[in-house]
Design a protein around this ligand. Sequence first.
Ligand code: PLP
Length: 438
Amino acid sequence: MTRTPQDTADLYARHQAVLPSWLSLYYERPIELTHGEGRYVWDAEGNRYLDFFGGILTTMTAHALPEVTKAVGDQAGRIIHTSTLYLSRPMVELAERIAALSGIPDARVFFTTSGTEANDAALLLATTHRRSNQILAMRNSYHGRSFSTVGITGNTSWSPTSLSPLQTLYVHGGVRSRGPYAELGDAAYIAACVADLEDMLQQTAGGVAALIAEPIQGVGGFTLPPDGLYAAFREVLARHGILWISDEVQTGWGRTGDHFWGWQAHAASGPPDLLTFAKGIGNGMSIGGVVARAEVMNSLTANSISTFGGSPVTMAAGLANLNYLLEHDLQGNARRVGGLLIERLRAVTAGLDAVREVRGRGLMIGVELVRPGTEERSPEAASLVVEAARERGLLIGKGGQGGASLRIAPPMTLTVAEAEEGAELLAEALRAAQETLA
Ligand code: PLP
């Protein structure tokens, strides 16, 4: 049934009346998405959009991928839920696959239902193992919206509370595009960040449990540290016995093209002690989790369950999705098509004063916007571009420092033709926004 704009407006009014004011909603006239296929989605009014945000990186392979929907339907027809009190074949199988892929020796996997809960579990494990509630986190980071994860999140737009149960120290290294370190080359930048970390540790009384970091900051605007930064950090952390948690909620599963996990850009360090994942693995089904060495995972001694973590339907989706990803080399596709998309975006935005930088790796691409002709970050420009892109049939995300970056992360089956179509639509939206700002 096709809806009218008034129907959508009515739904929006009901949403506002019953849901929290802080639950972020895109667009002046929010969209009700009703179905999708491949890299396209449709709204209730019948408009079609090229999806360059993939449900915030959750639609990893494609919308309505037959292999995944069949696995979900088949499993739901047998039994939807059992809980972790009983053996579950799909849960054991997916855990085996993820443990082997993680690179972590003697790995154990605990399934949750979101990235927030995965990081919460990782923090619980690390603080218990190390008997310390001190955590190192990166400036401009994002790790979730629970009490513990909001408390360590460095990006101030997403961290409304300072009443954290953890004591958090913020380290340099996640964003280099501005500030005193901006002009440094890779080696000098890494040296400066390591010196900052050493200095912080010298001034910190008591032990620190862990450093948690996103290999590429996601909500923070797809900002890339130089390769090797976390390997250099690891040397310092190891000297102090501090654990390294790699938050791979956005960077996992080959999305960055060059690597299956973001930590592999820092491979000289070996794998992290703990790795958290979520988003894409279920292609939209709620799967999160943490991988850790048995010694760390088993440092919790009290009994625990997860009522919904590892639910058979989500595990079946995860297995089917992972098989598709590996059989179709979607990591390779992310590298090739993502590389081409970055080049196209650089070309089409070359003359635009509002665009300060196009950065990214694979299919994680950020475009930082400024007030035209200045260096001042422009969240206003980002909002205008997101609206203008929607009018042209393209969905993109925004975020980053001050909310001034566009975020592009399409499903990893993106074709070359779709990449070119999206780059053209985005260029048109950028030109329209720039004219409005002038
Ligand atoms: N960690 C990172 C790096 C994220 O980007 C997010 C969500 O955007 C989370 C954790 C939280 O995941 P979720 O929204 O599934 O709770």
